[in-house]
Design a protein around this ligand. Sequence first.
Ligand SMILES: [Zn+2]
Ligand SMILES: [Zn+2]
Length: 348
Amino acid sequence: MRAAIFQRPGEALAITTLKPPRCQGADLIVQIRGCGICGSDLHMAEVHEASGGMRPLPTGTVMGHEFCGEVVEVGKGAENRFRTGDRVTALPFIGCGTCQSCLSGAGHRCARVNYCGLGDLPGAYAEYMRVGAAEALPLPAGVDWFRGALVEPLAVALHAVHIARLSPGARVLVLGAGPIGLAVALWCRYFGAQHIVVCDKVAARLALAEKIGATATIDATRSNVIECFKRETGARPDVVLECIGIPGAQQLAMDYCPAGGRVVVVGVCMALDTILPVKAISKELQINYVFMYRRQDFEITIDLMDRGRIDPSPLLTRTVSFTDLPAAFETLKTDKTACKVILDPTLV
Ligand SMILES: [Zn+2]
Ligand SMILES: [Zn+2]
């Protein structure tokens, strides 16, 4: 089968031929029909040496953890739940399937978990992928392949907005209008925030924010963020969601948050960072970190997309074939105007 493999930091992905995966128990083989390029893939592909929480990816890694596709083989023990031809997405890991974490939908906490696409198991920049039956979810007819590939990033954002505990009519400031910041804005709208102000430095991204649900946007290169926020909403934010994930972003969120407010750190900063704790202490800020999602976040996202209750289409920039994937991947490392680029391995 064709697959895109990571070679070395700073080098483009290579398209190569690999042996297709085989079922190893109660799992599924899925023919991939869509896989989003994630910011963390771009980031991991640039890690040269172990530092902070990161190690360089091994040469030959098949990345890709935001995927959907068609079941082409069903392993022993999964026959009662899946058949060939089923359309599915899956949480991008394989857990034991029987422990309390796995059964409660938090399989990423399983002691025996193996992640797909960023280390342990091959991901979905490939024609076929092995997927855990316990982690797979059927896609209804209303969720096409491109929406299926967006379930994972939407689930990240849904979990973050759940942790943000928005009150009806809340004033929300979203820092960063990358795919996750945009998906966060979508969910804030869905859950009844009155003001959703998205702040970024890239005009094209701010335009997407307005399409997906922001009530106002702030170009941080031109405006004073808090003055602008107060002008738009009449007060300071109740909640600041930090969706940037680089050093300095958490401090910025604490600075923008008023006394008694809540900061939710969604961006995954993998480098050392510095904060001035007294700023958060003196304001008695509530600071929440979030990590991944639960299976239920996937289920709700799929159901609401199927019913047409959420519209993630502004997130899609373009779909690419295998031939175009390495160049598209390189471009995304620097092009901050693009949003989701999705590999469709069936395109020629
Ligand atoms: Zn991702
Ligand atoms: Zn488990």
